[in-house]
Design a protein around this ligand. Sequence first.
Ligand code: ATP
Length: 311
Amino acid sequence: QPAMMRLSGCRHRVQATPLARPPRPLRPHLALAWRGSGKDKVVVVMGATGTGKSRLSIDLAARFPAEIINADKMQLYQGLDIVTNKVPVEERRGVPHHLLGTLDPKSHQDFDCNDFRDLASQAVLSISSRGHLPIVAGGSNSYIDALVSGPAPGQMRYECCFLWVDAALPVLHQFVSDRVEDMVEAGLVADVRALFDTSGGRVDFSRGLGKAIGVPEMDRLIKSERQASLSLHERAALIREAMEEIKANTCKLACCQLQKIQRLRSLRGWELHRLDATAVLDAADRPSADEAWERLVVQPSARVVRRFLTA
Ligand code: ATP
Protein backbone atom coordinates (compact mmCIF):
# COMPACT_ATOMS: atom_id res chain seq x y z
CA GLN A 1 0.00 0.00 0.00
CA PRO A 2 1.90 3.08 -1.17
CA ALA A 3 0.45 5.37 1.49
CA MET A 4 1.97 3.18 4.21
CA MET A 5 5.44 4.11 3.03
CA ARG A 6 7.29 7.07 4.38
CA LEU A 7 8.23 8.98 1.27
CA SER A 8 7.25 10.66 2.05
CA GLY A 9 6.34 36.36 11.99
CA CYS A 10 10.02 38.87 14.14
CA ARG A 11 9.03 39.69 17.67
CA HIS A 12 10.76 37.11 19.80
CA ARG A 13 14.35 36.48 18.75
CA VAL A 14 16.10 33.25 19.52
CA GLN A 15 19.57 33.74 20.92
CA ALA A 16 22.14 32.94 18.27
CA THR A 17 25.43 31.73 19.74
CA PRO A 18 28.25 32.04 17.21
CA LEU A 19 30.01 28.75 16.56
CA ALA A 20 33.75 28.76 16.12
CA ARG A 21 34.92 27.11 12.92
CA PRO A 22 37.61 24.55 13.84
CA PRO A 23 40.97 25.24 12.23
CA ARG A 24 40.98 22.02 10.22
CA PRO A 25 37.89 20.31 8.83
CA LEU A 26 37.53 16.57 9.38
CA ARG A 27 37.60 15.86 5.66
CA PRO A 28 39.86 18.51 4.11
CA HIS A 29 39.69 17.17 0.53
CA LEU A 30 35.88 17.24 0.53
CA ALA A 31 35.63 20.50 2.42
CA LEU A 32 37.65 22.18 -0.33
CA ALA A 33 35.18 21.00 -2.94
CA TRP A 34 32.28 22.04 -0.70
CA ARG A 35 33.49 25.67 -0.79
CA GLY A 36 34.42 26.14 -4.44
CA SER A 37 33.25 29.77 -4.77
CA GLY A 38 34.26 30.82 -1.27
CA LYS A 39 30.69 30.39 -0.07
CA ASP A 40 29.52 27.27 1.73
CA LYS A 41 27.81 24.81 -0.55
CA VAL A 42 24.31 23.85 0.49
CA VAL A 43 21.85 21.37 -1.03
CA VAL A 44 18.20 22.40 -0.67
CA VAL A 45 15.48 19.75 -1.00
CA MET A 46 12.16 21.38 -1.74
CA GLY A 47 8.73 19.96 -2.52
CA ALA A 48 5.14 19.79 -1.41
CA THR A 49 4.10 17.73 1.56
CA GLY A 50 4.17 13.98 0.84
CA THR A 51 6.67 14.06 -2.02
CA GLY A 52 9.50 12.42 -0.05
CA LYS A 53 11.86 15.28 0.85
CA SER A 54 12.98 13.65 4.11
CA ARG A 55 13.59 10.31 2.45
CA LEU A 56 15.60 11.87 -0.38
CA SER A 57 17.75 13.84 2.09
CA ILE A 58 18.58 10.67 4.00
CA ASP A 59 19.27 8.77 0.77
CA LEU A 60 21.67 11.52 -0.32
CA ALA A 61 23.35 11.50 3.08
CA ALA A 62 24.03 7.80 2.51
CA ARG A 63 26.04 8.74 -0.60
CA PHE A 64 27.74 11.96 0.51
CA PRO A 65 28.98 12.89 3.98
CA ALA A 66 26.06 15.13 4.89
CA GLU A 67 23.88 16.37 7.74
CA ILE A 68 20.26 17.45 7.44
CA ILE A 69 18.70 20.75 8.53
CA ASN A 70 14.92 20.62 8.86
CA ALA A 71 13.02 23.45 7.13
CA ASP A 72 9.47 22.43 8.01
CA LYS A 73 8.10 25.07 10.38
CA MET A 74 5.93 22.62 12.30
CA GLN A 75 8.56 19.90 12.59
CA LEU A 76 10.83 22.39 14.37
CA TYR A 77 8.75 21.94 17.49
CA GLN A 78 8.81 19.19 20.11
CA GLY A 79 5.63 17.11 19.98
CA LEU A 80 3.04 16.18 17.37
CA ASP A 81 5.50 13.76 15.77
CA ILE A 82 2.76 11.88 13.93
CA VAL A 83 0.65 14.90 12.94
CA THR A 84 3.64 16.79 11.51
CA ASN A 85 5.10 13.61 9.98
CA LYS A 86 8.59 13.83 11.48
CA VAL A 87 10.90 11.14 10.19
CA PRO A 88 11.25 8.61 13.04
CA VAL A 89 14.73 8.14 14.55
CA GLU A 90 14.95 4.55 13.26
CA GLU A 91 14.49 5.81 9.68
CA ARG A 92 17.21 8.48 9.97
CA ARG A 93 19.92 5.86 9.47
CA GLY A 94 22.26 7.63 11.86
CA VAL A 95 22.29 10.84 9.77
CA PRO A 96 22.45 13.86 12.09
CA HIS A 97 19.29 15.99 11.87
CA HIS A 98 19.27 19.62 13.02
CA LEU A 99 16.27 21.74 14.09
CA LEU A 100 14.00 18.73 14.11
CA GLY A 101 11.79 18.71 17.20
CA THR A 102 14.15 21.01 19.08
CA LEU A 103 11.92 24.00 19.92
CA ASP A 104 9.72 24.14 23.01
CA PRO A 105 6.30 24.94 21.53
CA LYS A 106 5.27 27.05 24.54
CA SER A 107 8.25 29.41 24.56
CA HIS A 108 8.64 29.68 20.78
CA GLN A 109 5.09 30.31 19.60
CA ASP A 110 6.19 33.37 17.64
CA PHE A 111 9.25 31.81 16.07
CA ASP A 112 9.58 33.26 12.57
CA CYS A 113 11.71 33.19 9.45
CA ASN A 114 14.35 35.52 10.95
CA ASP A 115 14.74 33.18 13.89
CA PHE A 116 14.97 30.27 11.49
CA ARG A 117 17.65 32.04 9.44
CA ASP A 118 19.71 32.63 12.62
CA LEU A 119 19.53 29.04 13.85
CA ALA A 120 19.85 27.38 10.46
CA SER A 121 22.86 29.60 9.54
CA GLN A 122 24.62 28.38 12.67
CA ALA A 123 23.84 24.81 11.67
CA VAL A 124 25.20 25.36 8.13
CA LEU A 125 28.39 26.81 9.62
CA SER A 126 28.95 23.95 12.03
CA ILE A 127 28.15 21.24 9.46
CA SER A 128 30.48 22.83 6.88
CA SER A 129 33.23 23.17 9.48
CA ARG A 130 33.08 19.40 9.94
CA GLY A 131 33.68 19.00 6.21
CA HIS A 132 30.12 17.76 5.76
CA LEU A 133 27.49 18.88 3.30
CA PRO A 134 24.45 20.71 4.75
CA ILE A 135 21.19 19.47 3.24
CA VAL A 136 18.26 21.78 4.00
CA ALA A 137 15.00 19.89 3.61
CA GLY A 138 11.46 21.00 4.18
CA GLY A 139 8.24 22.42 2.88
CA SER A 140 8.42 25.88 4.47
CA ASN A 141 9.49 27.88 1.48
CA SER A 142 9.52 31.23 3.29
CA TYR A 143 12.03 29.73 5.73
CA ILE A 144 14.21 28.39 2.93
CA ASP A 145 14.08 31.78 1.21
CA ALA A 146 15.02 33.58 4.44
CA LEU A 147 18.00 31.26 4.92
CA VAL A 148 19.55 31.29 1.48
CA SER A 149 18.67 34.74 0.05
CA GLY A 150 20.90 37.72 0.82
CA PRO A 151 19.57 41.25 1.58
CA ALA A 152 20.14 42.49 -1.97
CA PRO A 153 18.00 41.15 -4.85
CA GLY A 154 19.63 38.18 -6.57
CA GLN A 155 22.21 37.76 -3.82
CA MET A 156 22.69 34.32 -2.29
CA ARG A 157 24.23 33.62 1.11
CA TYR A 158 25.39 30.18 -0.02
CA GLU A 159 26.22 28.35 -3.19
CA CYS A 160 23.01 26.36 -3.52
CA CYS A 161 21.90 23.28 -5.39
CA PHE A 162 18.09 23.11 -5.43
CA LEU A 163 16.35 19.75 -5.77
CA TRP A 164 12.58 19.90 -6.23
CA VAL A 165 10.68 16.67 -5.64
CA ASP A 166 7.44 17.07 -7.56
CA ALA A 167 4.40 14.89 -8.30
CA ALA A 168 1.22 15.29 -10.34
CA LEU A 169 -1.34 16.94 -8.09
CA PRO A 170 -4.16 14.36 -8.38
CA VAL A 171 -1.73 11.58 -7.43
CA LEU A 172 -0.24 13.64 -4.63
CA HIS A 173 -3.70 14.51 -3.31
CA GLN A 174 -4.63 10.82 -3.20
CA PHE A 175 -1.35 9.96 -1.51
CA VAL A 176 -1.61 12.58 1.23
CA SER A 177 -5.26 11.71 1.81
CA ASP A 178 -4.36 8.03 2.29
CA ARG A 179 -1.56 9.15 4.57
CA VAL A 180 -4.09 10.75 6.92
CA GLU A 181 -5.69 7.32 7.40
CA ASP A 182 -2.25 5.90 8.27
CA MET A 183 -1.60 8.75 10.69
CA VAL A 184 -4.85 8.08 12.54
CA GLU A 185 -3.91 4.41 12.82
CA ALA A 186 -0.48 5.45 14.09
CA GLY A 187 -1.96 7.57 16.88
CA LEU A 188 -2.76 11.03 15.50
CA VAL A 189 -5.64 11.56 17.95
CA ALA A 190 -3.46 10.81 20.99
CA ASP A 191 -0.76 13.10 19.54
CA VAL A 192 -3.22 16.03 19.37
CA ARG A 193 -4.83 15.19 22.73
CA ALA A 194 -1.37 15.42 24.34
CA LEU A 195 -0.98 18.96 22.97
CA PHE A 196 -4.38 19.97 24.37
CA ASP A 197 -3.50 18.38 27.73
CA THR A 198 -0.22 20.25 28.06
CA SER A 199 -2.00 23.50 27.10
CA GLY A 200 -4.70 23.14 29.77
CA GLY A 201 -7.28 22.26 27.12
CA ARG A 202 -6.93 25.57 25.26
CA VAL A 203 -4.72 25.72 22.21
CA ASP A 204 -4.08 28.95 20.29
CA PHE A 205 -4.75 27.95 16.69
CA SER A 206 -3.24 31.16 15.36
CA ARG A 207 0.33 30.62 16.60
CA GLY A 208 3.14 28.07 16.65
CA LEU A 209 2.32 24.39 16.83
CA GLY A 210 -1.39 25.19 17.26
CA LYS A 211 -1.44 26.02 13.52
CA ALA A 212 -0.37 22.52 12.49
CA ILE A 213 -2.86 20.84 10.20
CA GLY A 214 -4.50 18.21 12.40
CA VAL A 215 -4.83 20.39 15.50
CA PRO A 216 -7.72 22.82 14.83
CA GLU A 217 -9.52 20.04 12.97
CA MET A 218 -9.52 17.87 16.12
CA ASP A 219 -10.89 20.62 18.37
CA ARG A 220 -14.50 19.41 18.26
CA LEU A 221 -13.57 15.84 19.08
CA ILE A 222 -11.25 16.77 21.97
CA LYS A 223 -13.79 19.24 23.47
CA SER A 224 -16.65 16.75 23.10
CA GLU A 225 -14.54 14.08 24.81
CA ARG A 226 -13.90 16.44 27.73
CA GLN A 227 -17.55 17.47 28.12
CA ALA A 228 -19.29 14.09 27.95
CA SER A 229 -18.55 10.43 27.57
CA LEU A 230 -19.02 9.76 23.88
CA SER A 231 -20.48 6.59 22.46
CA LEU A 232 -18.22 4.66 20.11
CA HIS A 233 -20.45 5.73 17.25
CA GLU A 234 -20.30 9.45 18.16
CA ARG A 235 -16.57 9.30 18.59
CA ALA A 236 -16.03 7.54 15.26
CA ALA A 237 -18.21 10.14 13.50
CA LEU A 238 -16.24 13.03 14.99
CA ILE A 239 -12.92 11.43 14.03
CA ARG A 240 -14.17 10.80 10.49
CA GLU A 241 -15.30 14.44 10.19
CA ALA A 242 -11.91 15.70 11.41
CA MET A 243 -10.06 13.37 9.03
CA GLU A 244 -11.96 14.75 6.04
CA GLU A 245 -11.00 18.30 7.08
CA ILE A 246 -7.37 17.27 7.55
CA LYS A 247 -7.31 15.68 4.11
CA ALA A 248 -8.79 18.78 2.47
CA ASN A 249 -6.40 21.11 4.32
CA THR A 250 -3.38 18.96 3.49
CA CYS A 251 -4.33 19.02 -0.20
CA LYS A 252 -4.66 22.82 0.02
CA LEU A 253 -1.23 23.01 1.67
CA ALA A 254 0.29 20.94 -1.14
CA CYS A 255 -1.18 23.31 -3.75
CA CYS A 256 0.07 26.40 -1.86
CA GLN A 257 3.54 24.92 -1.46
CA LEU A 258 3.70 24.15 -5.16
CA GLN A 259 2.71 27.72 -6.04
CA LYS A 260 5.32 29.11 -3.64
CA ILE A 261 8.06 26.96 -5.19
CA GLN A 262 7.11 28.16 -8.67
CA ARG A 263 6.94 31.78 -7.47
CA LEU A 264 10.39 31.51 -5.86
CA ARG A 265 11.79 30.03 -9.04
CA SER A 266 10.62 32.98 -11.16
CA LEU A 267 11.14 35.69 -8.52
CA ARG A 268 14.60 34.60 -7.36
CA GLY A 269 15.74 32.96 -10.58
CA TRP A 270 16.70 29.76 -8.75
CA GLU A 271 17.65 26.85 -10.98
CA LEU A 272 15.51 24.04 -9.60
CA HIS A 273 16.35 20.45 -10.55
CA ARG A 274 12.91 18.83 -10.77
CA LEU A 275 12.51 15.17 -9.87
CA ASP A 276 9.18 13.65 -10.82
CA ALA A 277 8.02 11.25 -8.09
CA THR A 278 4.53 10.68 -9.55
CA ALA A 279 5.26 7.05 -10.47
CA VAL A 280 6.56 6.44 -6.97
CA LEU A 281 3.41 7.67 -5.26
CA ASP A 282 1.23 5.90 -7.84
CA ALA A 283 3.04 2.53 -7.72
CA ALA A 284 0.95 -0.61 -7.17
CA ASP A 285 3.21 -2.11 -4.55
CA ARG A 286 6.16 -1.38 -2.34
CA PRO A 287 8.91 -3.01 -4.47
CA SER A 288 7.88 -1.08 -7.61
CA ALA A 289 7.63 2.13 -5.60
CA ASP A 290 11.12 1.57 -4.19
CA GLU A 291 12.51 0.79 -7.65
CA ALA A 292 10.90 3.94 -9.13
CA TRP A 293 12.14 6.03 -6.22
CA GLU A 294 15.73 4.91 -6.74
CA ARG A 295 15.62 5.30 -10.54
CA LEU A 296 13.56 8.50 -10.89
CA VAL A 297 14.52 10.43 -7.79
CA VAL A 298 17.62 9.24 -5.93
CA GLN A 299 19.96 8.46 -8.82
CA PRO A 300 19.28 11.67 -10.81
CA SER A 301 19.55 13.71 -7.59
CA ALA A 302 22.85 12.07 -6.69
CA ARG A 303 24.22 12.89 -10.16
CA VAL A 304 23.19 16.54 -9.78
CA VAL A 305 24.74 16.76 -6.30
CA ARG A 306 27.98 15.11 -7.45
CA ARG A 307 28.31 17.64 -10.31
CA PHE A 308 27.54 20.46 -7.87
CA LEU A 309 30.20 19.35 -5.42
CA THR A 310 32.93 18.86 -7.97
CA ALA A 311 32.20 22.07 -9.95
P1 ATP B 1 3.42 30.80 5.07
O1 ATP B 1 3.97 32.07 4.47
O2 ATP B 1 1.96 30.56 4.75
O3 ATP B 1 3.74 30.66 6.52
P2 ATP B 1 5.42 28.89 4.57
O4 ATP B 1 5.99 28.36 3.32
O5 ATP B 1 6.29 29.73 5.45
O6 ATP B 1 4.11 29.67 4.24
P3 ATP B 1 4.32 26.32 5.14
O7 ATP B 1 5.34 25.38 5.57
O8 ATP B 1 3.78 26.31 3.75
O9 ATP B 1 4.86 27.74 5.49
O10 ATP B 1 3.12 26.14 6.16
C1 ATP B 1 1.92 26.81 6.01
C2 ATP B 1 0.94 26.19 7.00
O11 ATP B 1 0.76 24.78 6.68
C3 ATP B 1 1.39 26.16 8.46
O12 ATP B 1 1.07 27.37 9.12
C4 ATP B 1 0.59 24.97 9.00
O13 ATP B 1 -0.76 25.36 9.19
C5 ATP B 1 0.64 24.00 7.85
N1 ATP B 1 1.77 23.06 7.93
C6 ATP B 1 2.99 23.19 7.37
N2 ATP B 1 3.78 22.14 7.65
C7 ATP B 1 3.06 21.32 8.41
C8 ATP B 1 3.31 20.06 9.03
N3 ATP B 1 4.47 19.44 8.93
N4 ATP B 1 2.32 19.51 9.75
C9 ATP B 1 1.14 20.11 9.88
N5 ATP B 1 0.83 21.29 9.32
C10 ATP B 1 1.77 21.89 8.60
